[in-house]
Design a protein around this ligand. Structure first.
Ligand code: ADP
Length: 763
């Protein structure tokens, strides 16, 4: 019965450990739950067997229980290691086969312990020890025992190291319980070392099982104290770890309280220790260090906008928020860091795309409207330099002999470059022209050129690094070259190649178009000159014919028979018609040659109309037509050239006579329309189909009349009228219903309107 207190010393921890094991088993799915349960079972087992070995009074019995307690003993070391891994957050980094495999050496040791009487490798001698209040064994430990002990201590030591590291570095949730677990681990370790080194308990027995129980109890306390079985902190931890963004929590003094693994990576620093250190110091070596330090000194509110830091290769967005209690006291700061490099690059690319499109658009516009190559190329070069991507833009055109290149423009950011006007010839020109015929836009880099290359020398002198050569080709025919140079080495990208090709094509097309345009203009000038010359040469003899015909008719050369008189009358009419045609042609050629000039002044429309009608009445009567006017009492005066307006009206009235029906009517009327006065010439003739109404104002355009009758004329009258009216600032047009008649109208500005415009201009 004297052994009962000693039995109790081990039995109570055994029962308690078993109870805790059951509790732990219920939480086995949480972190470290399974190894912890196993550890508690092992402790319970060890304590129980120890208690039984004390309780048993026979030698065999004591030996039996003493050996059996090894089942528990061998599990302790590996279990501790696994718990340490779990509680330090390292569990998932260790492969599963290692987590299982660490038990194997101990199981081998266990087999050797249980079969000791076959080989005595565990205990080489076993004797009864009666020095204690209960029957005990005095043993000599064998190699298997020492192997097990060393292995168990190695496991324990690794576990302690892992926990120690975690207690130093981990985020708080891991850190605090890692520290307590470390304490728990150290209790039996120190006790056991003390025992093995010879220090005995008062009752002369191994205290390890009891110490282990105490340590397990501390472990359980830690678990409960830090609510490790609560899901929330664990989940928070998981969420923080799995955030794609970097997260840093600072306390009110700016010390790091929490940080996830992305934050250091995004900040570009790898400091070993973060927790508890001031962030402002930690980021000194970060590429964003200065920006961050500045940001940390600013007062942040919940509405502080995200800030973007861009160091050229990487861009991060930092959101900073104060952490406040319900009562509004700021207890810390939350920093969320996101990698926005992709977004920023995409944005920059978008901007440069838009800039490229703008440039192309601007070049296209000037290319489409340009009429002269030199000024067009000058404008384009200036636009490209102003765009800011290139320091120097040169355009060379190939001479007709295909052996020289003339640098037509050479623009730099400082003005005209030294190459402008220079002519490249000889081998340099020929090899460049070959290149233009074959190549796509390509870069030439200063670093890749031969030192003696004249191009290299030129680039070096101008401080340029890379030169993009864009061939200007029209249907495989080399027309010139565009050179874009920068003083920083640039590389070819698909976008740049497309841009360069597009600009090259625009320039080439414009050059070709301008050349064609110039050729057409030259041909046109030749035509106009020819027409003017011919008409002039025709007019002179025609004037003589008309003069002599008049002389004959007046009987200057003798009395004429009525038949001859009539024939001469026809001759004169035909000559006059011919004269009018020639005059039209001459007038038109003068207009084409830009020789039209006239003065405009306030004129009285009524007088002009009366005058014209007076002139045209005989012709109208000749064709049995009625010609009448319908004027207003106070017709406003208009701004025009009286002579030219008369010419237009005569033309319109003679058309109205020509294209009228027999016994038809011609009416001249006026209609005020706001600031304009409309003069209308209406007839009751054949009319004009809607499709032809615009066309007839173009030169040499005539409409075949429905009855197939061909009237005199070559289609210049209305073209001349339109030019004259437009020149006077007015507008001419027609409204017509085929078969019923036409109304030609001229809108001209009234004097009042022109004064207002004048006043406007003065203002
Ligand atoms: P031309 O009279 O010398 O042929 P115009 O330029 O004066 O040249 O007229 C062009 C064409 O317009 C005429 O050939 C005719 O077909 C049509 N046209 C002009 N005036 C009238 C009109 N009053 N009625 C019908 N057709 C007309």
């Amino acid at each position: 019965m004297a052994v009962i207190p000693f039995v109790m010393i081990y039995l109570i921890p055994a029962v308690s450990a078993a109870a805790l094991a059951i509790l732990m088993w219920q939480h086995r799915y949480y972190r470290g739950g399974r190894p912890f349960t196993l550890l508690l079972v092992a402790i319970a087992w060890w304590n129980a067997c120890h208690a039984l070995s004390i309780a048993d009074t026979t030698f065999e019995g004591t030996l039996f229980w003493s050996l059996l307690q090894n089942v528990g003993i061998v599990l302790i070391g590996p279990c501790w290691l696994l718990i340490a891994l779990a509680y330090s957050g390292e569990w998932w980094r260790v492969p599963r086969w290692i987590r299982r495999g660490i038990f194997v050496p101990e199981l081998v040791a266990l087999v050797l312990a249980l079969t000791n009487n076959l080989h005595y490798l565990w205990w080489s001698t076993v004797e009864a020890d009666t020095s204690r209040p209960f029957l005990w064994l005095s043993v000599t430990r064998g190699p298997a025992f020492w192997f097990h002990s060393i292995y168990a201590y190695v496991c324990l030591a690794i576990g302690i190291l892992v926990l120690a590291r975690a207690s130093w570095q981990s985020p708080p949730v891991h850190r605090y319980h890692a520290r307590l677990m470390l304490t728990a681990a150290l209790i039996p370790a120190i006790g056991n070392v003390v025992f093995l080194s010879g220090v005995k308990m008062p009752w002369n027995d191994d205290p390890t099982p009891v110490l282990l129980f105490i340590s397990a109890a501390v472990g359980i306390y830690t678990t409960m104290r830090y609510r490790l079985f609560d899901l929330a902190p664990l989940a928070e931890q998981e969420v923080i770890a799995s955030l794609p963004d970097g997260l840093i929590i600072l306390d009110s003094r700016g010390l790091v309280a929490e940080i996830n693994q992305h934050a250091p990576r995004l900040l570009g620093i790898s400091s070993e220790r973060w927790i508890g250190r001031p962030l402002a110091q930690l980021v000194v070596n970060s590429p964003f260090g200065r920006d961050l330090q500045l940001l940390l000194t600013t007062t942040v509110t919940a509405s502080t906008r995200p800030t973007i830091f861009d160091n050229g290769t990487q861009a991060i967005e930092v959101r900073i928020r104060p952490l406040q209690t319900a009562t509004g006291i700021t207890t810390g700061t939350l920093l969320l860091i996101r990698d926005v490099s992709e977004r920023i690059r995409a944005e920059q690319e978008r901007i440069s795309h838009i800039a490229a499109l703008r440039l192309i658009n601007a070049i296209a516009r000037s290319a489409n409207t340009a009429q002269e190559t030199g000024s067009l190329l000058d404008t384009i070069a200036r636009m490209i330099v102003q765009d800011g991507q290139w320091e120097r833009v040169s355009i060379g055109l190939i001479g007709e002999s295909q052996t020289t290149i003339t640098v037509v423009v050479d623009h730099t950011t400082h003005g005209i470059g030294s190459l402008q006007g220079q002519v490249i010839d000889g081998n340099a020109a020929v090899s460049l022209i070959r290149r233009i015929e074959r190549d796509q836009p390509s870069f030439i880099y200063l670093t890749e050129l031969n030192a003696e290359d004249p191009l290299a020398e030129g680039l070096r002198r101008e401080g340029l690094q890379s030169l993009l050569l864009v061939p200007l080709r029209h249907e495989h025919y080399a027309t010139g070259i565009l050179g874009l140079a920068t003083n920083a080495p640039k590389t070819m990208t698909p976008t740049l190649e497309k841009l360069a090709t597009a600009i090259g094509e625009l320039i080439t097309d414009a050059i070709v178009r301008i050349r064609l345009y110039e050729e057409v203009k030259r041909a046109d000038r030749l035509k106009t000159g020819f027409l003017a010359m011919v008409s002039h040469e025709l007019r002179t003899p025609l004037t003589s014919i008309i003069g002599y015909t008049d002389m004959l008719r007046r009987g200057v050369l003798g009395e004429l028979s009525p038949e001859v008189q009539e024939t001469l009358g026809y001759m004169k009419q035909a000559s006059l018609n011919l004269m009018r045609l020639i005059n039209d042609i001459l007038e038109f050629s003068r207009m084409e040659a830009g020789q039209l000039s006239m003065e405009v002044e306030p004129v009285n429309v009524e007088a002009i109309i009366q005058n014209v009608v007076g002139q045209m009445l005989p012709q109208a009567h000749e064709r049995n037509l009625t010609l009448k006017t319908n004027l207003l009492p106070n017709t406003p005066r208009i701004v025009a050239n009286a002579g030219r307006l008369e010419q237009v009206l005569i033309n319109l009235i003679s058309n109205a006579i020509k294209f009228n029906r027999p016994n038809g009517l011609i009416e001249i009327s006026v209609e005020p329309r706001g600031e304009w006065l409309r003069i209308k010439v209406s007839d009751t003739g054949i009319g004009i189909a809607p499709a032809d109404q615009e066309r007839i104002f173009e030169e040499f355009q005539r409409v075949r009349s429905p009855n197939g009758k061909r009237e005199q004329g070559i289609g210049l009258g209305l073209a001349i009228c339109r030019r004259l009216i437009t020149y006077m600032g007015g507008r001419i047009g027609v409204e017509s219903t085929p078969g019923e008649g036409s109304t030609f109208f001229c809108d001209l500005p009234t004097v009042a309107a022109s004064r207002m415009v004048g006043k406007h201009a003065d203002a």
